[in-house]
Ligand binder design. Structure first.
Ligand code: SAH
Length: 399
């Protein structure tokens, strides 16, 4: 039997957590909030630390943040003597997992932070370009960056690796400002494909790391039911719209971002599709279209996260309801409604309730065809509920 090496042998600083913090970790979560720390005196920002309960019992090894409300992110239940070695192993495991679950694409999330036991690191692959995001002090350390980049290069052999920087996150983590850019190679644009649809990718432009890869399996699922006239609301660069165009007689995509629509238009051309792109505020457009009596056979609603925190639920839920209500009014009999929410705080049951309320208000009803979530390359870790954030209901108007 393998014996755990004693934590004291690693020489790491120790952070003590309260009873509540310890019980959270025993339940399998990987975060401890600052309010549940008992002592972290003199622990440097971003340090690898041993975690102990109030009585000093070793609970595992974590990455420490001196500024975030999430002070501790566990990286292993065991003692860690060789962080670079552990990071390399974790990256290999993450790649092997994708080899098992990802199909029909050369674009997918390679590393999803906590869900891959690499808290604070996100890596997406777009054909031959990798896009990396660093979200914590620990992952920003130069030695960590070097290890991550060299392991990714060796295993995936990308033409380039780009880093996408979110200035707000660096500020929250009290990290010096840094700009987005290529950290390896020279290629910053490419074409990737998913489910037979092709997309342009610019590593240094666009939202998130480029595309909304978490919807990949939902695009394919929705395409199965789509027909007739379709409306893709909050279309961004055309993810749903281009999939709908495989089966629909006409497709309109709506977004408030002109740069997103410009890429959407290029994507349509790349796939030889004619799609109408409308730059508008979705709320105004849905109201105007519904008032004008427009009708569709398929409507997709994929808004940005309205509830970034629990406090926002009060305004977020009515917003979701309004969108769904207007879409319901415009669907023909037998039409398909696709309702998404990427807010973790909007639980599956809350979104269903909003949908039910909207149905009652317009005297219509729906049959849920599929109750879906995020693509499998964005794994949902059972004991870390925050890793499961995307909801996608595909329904059919029953009257
Ligand atoms: N469905 C897209 C992802 C949507 S992300 C895909 O699969 O790729 C949310 C989009 O909503 C962003 O493109 C953003 O520009 C747009 N957006 C945000 N607020 C909006 C509003 N009020 N009206 C229209 N679009 C909006």
């Amino acid at each position: 039997m393998l014996k755990k090496s004693p934590a004291s042998a690693t020489g790491l600083p120790t952070v003590k957590v309260s009873r509540r913090g310890a019980s959270r970790l025993k339940d399998g979560h990987v975060w401890v909030y600052r309010s549940d720390l008992v002592s972290a005196d003199g622990v440097p920002p971003g340090a690898l630390v041993n975690v102990a309960d109030e009585r000093g019992k070793f609970l595992g090894t974590a990455l420490y943040s001196s500024s975030s409300q999430i002070a501790i992110r566990m990286i292993s239940p065991a003692a860690v003597g060789d962080l670079p070695g552990l990071l390399r192993e974790r990256i290999q495991t993450a790649i092997a997992y994708r080899e098992r679950v990802v199909r029909d694409t050369d674009a997918y999330r390679v590393v999803f932070s906590e869900a891959d036991f690499l808290p604070g690191l996100i890596v997406d692959r777009y054909h031959d370009i990798l896009s990396l995001q660093v979200l914590t002090q620990a992952m920003d350390a130069e030695t960590v960056r070097q290890t991550v980049v060299s392991e990714l290069s060796e295993r995936l052999k990308p033409a380039a690796i780009a880093e996408r920087v979110d200035p707000r996150i660096r500020e929250l983590e009290q990290l010096p400002a840094r700009s987005s850019g290529l950290i390896q190679g020279e290629k910053s644009s490419t074409v990737f494909s998913m489910n037979g649809v092709r997309f342009h990718y610019e590593a240094l432009e666009g939202q998130k790391t480029g595309a909304f890869l978490d919807q990949r399996e939902n695009y394919a699922a929705v395409a199965q039911y789509a027909r007739g006239e379709a409306l893709d609301v909050f279309c961004y660069q055309g993810g749903f719209a281009l999939h709908l165009a495989q089966h629909c007689s006409s497709v309109t995509g709506v977004d408030s971002s002109r740069p997103a629509l410009e890429v959407a238009e290029k994507n349509a051309a790349l796939n030889g599709r004619e799609i109408e792109w409308v730059e508008a505020n979705a709320f105004d457009l849905l109201r105007d279209y519904a008032d004008a009596g427009r009708q569709y056979d398929c409507i997709v609603l994929d808004p940005p996260a309205f509830a970034k925190s629990k406090r926002n639920l009060e305004t977020a839920l009515p917003a979701y309801k309004e969108l769904n209500l207007r879409a319901l009014k415009m669907l023909r009999s037998g039409g398909i409604l696709v309702t998404c929410s990427c807010s973790y705080h909007v639980a599956h049951s809350m979104l269903l309730e909003v949908l039910a309320q909207a149905c009652r208000d317009v005297h219509r009803n729906l049959r849920i065809l599929e109750s879906r979530s995020q693509a499998k390359d964005h794994p949902m870790l059972l004991t870390v509920p925050e890793t499961a954030y995307l909801k996608c209901f595909i329904s059919i108007i029953s009257y």
